[in-house]
Structure formats: C-alpha cells, structure tokens
Write a protein that binds this ligand. Structure first.
Ligand SMILES: Cc1ncc(COP(=O)(O)O)c(C=O)c1O
Length: 392
C-alpha cells in the first residue's frame, strides 16, 4: 500500500457510464450521429444555463472552430496569455493569425491591466476596428483562459472587448463548474460571458469523455455554424454538396454517452475536490518554504488542479522536488513552459511576462483526482513535509 502510485489527475468512472456506453454499442450508434450527442449537448447547456452548445472532438477543435467562425484569419492578431497550455495558442496558428502574449495576474490568469496597456498605447481604434499601430494589423480577438479552474477578471476583459470591439473566446477547458466572482457576471458559469466558451473532456479534466470538447454560446448562428463546420460543412446529405471547407471535428455518440454519465456526477466531483483541497490546506498549513495555493474564486471554483508554491522561487529546488516525488511514486507537474518561450512562437510579440515567469519557477501541481482518498492526501502531504524547500 505504501508504494501505490498516486497520479496527478485521472478519470473517475463509477456512475452510469457503462450502462449508457453499452446502450450506444448495443444500438450500434457509435459514430458522429446518435441521440446521445444531442442529449449531452442539451444537458450541458442546461447545466450552464446557456441556450446553445455543440459537442466536438476536443477542446482544441472547439477553440479552432470558434476562431474560424469569428473570421480570424491570415495576419489577424489574437491576444492570449503566455501562461496556458499550448492548445490555447495552436489554433491561432492553424488560422495563420498571430498571437500576442500577455502576462498573468496574481491568480495566474490573463492580466487585463497588461492587455489594456497594450491596447491603449500600441493600438488605435477607428470606431469599429482596432489596429496595432506599428504593424497595421487588426487586433480581432482575445482568449482569456480560466487557469486550473480559477477565473479571469471577466468584468475588465469584457469592458476592454466592448471598447475595442474584440471577439472574446473563453478557454474554459479547465473550469467546468466554476462560477465568476466579478460584479457583472457573479454566479454565472465560466465560458458563458464571452462570445463563445470552450470546454475540454480530456482524460485529466473534471469530467471526461476520453477525449472531447464542447462549445457554448448565447448566439444561435455561432453554434449552428460551428456544428456545420465540425461535420465537414456538408450542405446536402444525399449529393454531398459542400459550400465551405469544414473539419471532421464532431463528437461521437460513444463519447457523448460517457459525457452524459459524467455530467450527472459533476457537482459531486466538485464537492470531493473542494474537500480534498481543504484537507491539503489543513495538513500543509505549517509546511516550511511552501504555500498551498487557494482559489481566488473560493467557493465558486471547481477546484480542478491544485497548486503548491515554492516560496524561494528557486527552480533547482522545484526540479529536485519533482524528482523526489516521482521517486516516491507521486506524480506532480510544473507549469507548462511559458508560451512566449516556446520554439514555434519565439518570433511573435510578447509583452512583459514577469509575473508568469515568477510563477513558472514556483508552482508545482500536486495530485487532485476526484477519486483521491484521504489516505492519499495524507501520504502526499507527509512527503511534502519531509522535503527541504529551504527558507522558513
Ligand atoms: C488551457 C487549455 N486549453 C486547451 C486545452 C485543450 O483541450 P483538449 O485536450 O480537449 O484538446 C486544454 C486541455 O487539454 C487546456 O488545459
């Protein structure tokens, strides 16, 4: 028992998954048509209290479809955080558009202050469109990412988007079930404030369909068009007439069957994750040299990923700690390499990302699966307490 491997974040499949998937298989609806896809879309939209939703193959596919729908294309500028998984940024490149990288705030989410500085100092607004003064390229969209299940300052981001007429595509892939805390959107679910919101059901997410994603919007045409694009933009089922270039991005019925069962358990997963987070907080309260990070959204967060902050910011201590945990069969992970330092993006514009750079050296994510036992949490905490992080 001592040496059991404790993974970082894995699926929890103990509800009606087998029953619903078995039904999909028995009825032979296994591919991109079938009643479960519609049911999953409807249940998901109902949960979030949004009118429209489209189930897709992945969060990445969902983000790509949004950019495509909103007409982001060659040479357009899209504002993105540097501190995020690369899958936020890759779809910008698929569209031959250009990311500009921004720093994060104290909650590791896109910093609206930096975005405002860039828009007011380096761009001009002609009453309808915003252009970067130097390059003359149009700034078309911003992609806030609700990192680890916390929330961006959506009031500020939406105010800026309104002022500069930008499209807002929320990357809510990590924040299903998290609600906003900022004044104008308080109590509404992340992913529902912008022009479109995208969720992921990858294996490490709070609910999973194996792989999969969902796009939601308050705009009927947006979702209708995204659904159409996700099915090869087929206009005619008999003669296969296509008037646009589409993608094979639609979710399958088997994935949707899994999704329906997982969604039934979402609130209980959040509850478990919240309680495990509380237990970690209690057990790590007096640890030396590290701090267990609280969610800025507090009771409104989904508690997806847990972060430990190494106070000294010494990256060699971080790496020694990762090695030590791995030797003790506990999976932990540093932050993603910051996007403005990733090889494919080195030639794109970046603003001062010093806050993100500081977090990069300090943060390590620790096990947070919804099937983590109290015993697991205790073992992880005891390992943490026995490690010398230096400092007080
Ligand atoms: C911030 C972020 N954006 C995008 C994605 C992409 O989602 P998917 O893996 O479903 O393509 C993920 C998750 O993997 C993510 O964490």
């Amino acid at each position: 028992m001592q040496n059991k491997f404790i993974p970082l974040s894995v699926p929890n499949i103990k509800g009606n998954e087998l029953k619903y998937v078995t039904n999909a298989i028995k009825t032979e609806w296994v591919s991109t048509a079938g009643a479960d896809i519609k049911t999953f879309e409807e249940n998901f939209a109902k949960y979030l209290n949004v009118p429209y939703s489209c189930a897709v193959q992945s969060g990445t596919a969902g983000l790509h479809l949004c950019l495509r729908h909103f007409g982001i294309s060659q040479g357009d500028i899209v504002l993105v955080p540097s501190l995020t998984f690369i899958a936020t940024v890759n779809p910008v490149i698929y569209q031959n558009a250009e990311p500009v990288f921004f720093d994060c705030d104290d909650n590791m989410c896109l910093d609206p202050v930096q975005v405002e500085k860039y828009l007011s100092e380096e761009c001009s607004f002609d009453g309808e469109k915003t252009f970067e003064k130097n390059s003359k390229k149009q700034v078309k969209a911003v992609m806030p990412v609700h990192i680890f299940g916390d929330t961006c300052d959506m009031d500020k981001i939406m105010q800026l988007a309104e002022k500069y007429k930008l499209i807002v595509i929320e990357d809510a892939t990590e924040s299903l079930g998290t609600k906003f805390i900022s004044e104008n959107y308080k109590g509404k679910y992340t992913g529902t404030a912008g022009h479109a919101g995208v969720f992921s059901f990858n294996g490490n997410k709070i609910i999973t369909t194996g792989g999969g994603g969902m796009v939601v919007s308050n705009d009927e045409f947006c979702i209708k068009h995204i659904k159409y694009l996700s099915q090869q933009a087929k206009d005619d089922d008999v003669y296969f007439i296509n008037n646009e270039v589409g993608y094979n991005y639609r979710m399958t019925n088997i994935q949707a069957a899994l999704g329906i069962a997982q969604l039934e358990q979402l609130d209980s997963f959040i509850e478990i994750k919240k309680n495990n987070h509380k237990l970690y907080g209690k057990l790590l309260k007096n640890s030396k040299g590290v701090e267990f990070v609280n969610f800025h959204a507090a009771d409104y967060a989904n508690y997806w990923f847990y972060s430990l902050k190494i106070k000294s910011g010494d990256i060699s201590v971080r790496d020694k700690f990762i090695k030590y945990m791995s030797e003790n069969k506990v999976q932990v992970r540093p932050l993603w390499k910051l996007n403005h330092t990733q090889k494919p993006f080195l030639h794109f514009k970046k603003t001062d990302c010093s806050n993100a750079e500081k977090f990069y050296k300090q943060i390590v994510n620790i096990p947070c699966s919804s099937n983590l036992s109290e015993e697991d949490v205790e073992r992880v905490c005891s390992l943490i307490s026995n490690f010398d992080f230096g400092g007080k």
